[in-house]
Design a protein around this ligand. Sequence first.
Ligand code: 13P
Ligand code: SF4
Length: 333
Amino acid sequence: MISGTDIEPGGPLVAGVRRPMPRDRFDALSREILELKEQHNAVILAHNYQVPEIQDVADYVGDSLGLSQQAEQTNADVIVFAGVHFMAETAKILSPEKKVVLPDLNAGCSLEEGCPADKLKELQETNPNFWTIAYINCSAAVKGLCDVICTSGNAHKIVSAAPPDRDLLFVPDENLGTWVMEQTGRPMTLWNSNCYVHVEWTHAAISRIRGEYPDAPVVAHPECTKAVRMLADEVCSTEKMVHFCQASSSEAIIIATEAGMLHRLKKECPDKRFIPAPTEKCACNECHFMKMNTLEKLRDCMKHLTPEVELDPKLIERARLPIQRMLEISARP
Ligand code: 13P
Ligand code: SF4
């Protein structure tokens, strides 16, 4: 039997369950982090999948769209990015004059790995009429080859705004791409890659949990497969999950996304019960890239201002245009 309240994602993983970091350790580390933040005039941006203790010391916690908006607008001298590498890279592209550091340089993403820039270029060369839309989960080199970027929070708007006379190429997430095609009715050529975490949920596992909690709506990320999305009451980005759960009258909600999200949801909706959607293998799902970041590594990267994201200025220039185009379209009413 799976119990949402029994599963606390954060701290070390013991027998498949995350234990919260001991309070005194958290207090000592967060004091140090606060001092370093003031010393360097730094801002800490954290993704919704980060471990609870990182979310709890961050200045802003959100989805990829919110994080890129924050990175563009901040007055800080240093951006400390607690997320995965492509997110920190995006922050550097939007704020090239700032120092961008991250807790672990190896925090990658299976979607980014699945779409090498040289292979994308080869495909683009087969059709000069392609208008390439890249999900933000890709490298700076891939962004530099694209016309516009999107996130799960604005994909519908970005695809709807694409020039009607162009052939759309959507990279790298085939599941997000299929979902947006369903929403917009625009046919697209899809790159064949996926998120190794979100494809773990199956139709059978979600059907079973729905049977156990018949009154609980299912909320799923669009990186899930179509078989899972079909069973969901709401399909949306991680930030929109917060809005959906706040507005929902249900006392319990089933969540099909990375386990770090549960901490954010519990904070925003303390009176609700969140049930992590089970996969066939375990009760909750974690992205090992996101979980490479720890509070200790966050402190260390702020102490030494390393590892730092460094990019070729020419690549920054090329990759900035499609990201700014996304932010501009996103801000339209
Ligand atoms: P969001 O932009 O919805 O937070 O998604 C990012 C991500 O990596 C999902 O796996
Ligand atoms: Fe990439 Fe999936 Fe991890 Fe998100 S959850 S960062 S898409 S591997």
